[in-house]
Design a protein around this ligand. Structure first.
Ligand SMILES: [Zn+2]
Length: 97
């Protein structure tokens, strides 16, 4: 069966398009060095790494539990050993206002 819609871009292509610029990467690196002093809470490894993309958490209506009203920017930090993800506010890091 033929598809009329163009294919979704590959994940790597999207990741590259959404890549932080060098200044933002420097800012996140410095922030992590200063603030992240603990090992992974799941496996105790000390292998934190971040990908140079921001992600978003959706706001949901607290009365109905429905509806994406806006989003909240976060920078995920991943444990290189077990994959546990910690999220830090892009606002706190100074990437968003
Ligand atoms: Zn871990």
């Amino acid at each position: 069966m033929e598809q009329d819609q163009p294919e979704e871009p590959a994940q790597e292509q999207v990741a590259e398009q959404m890549r932080m610029n060098d200044e933002q990467i420097d800012r996140v690196s410095r922030w992590i060095e200063e603030k992240v002093t603990e090992t992974c809470p799941m496996c105790s490894a000390e292998q934190w790494q971040f990908r140079p993309q921001m992600m978003v958490l959706p706001f949901v209506d607290p009365k109905t539990g429905e509806g994406l009203r806006a989003s909240y920017g976060v920078v995920p930090l991943e444990c290189g050993e077990c994959g546990f993800l910690a999220q830090f506010s892009a606002l706190a890091i100074g990437l968003a206002d």
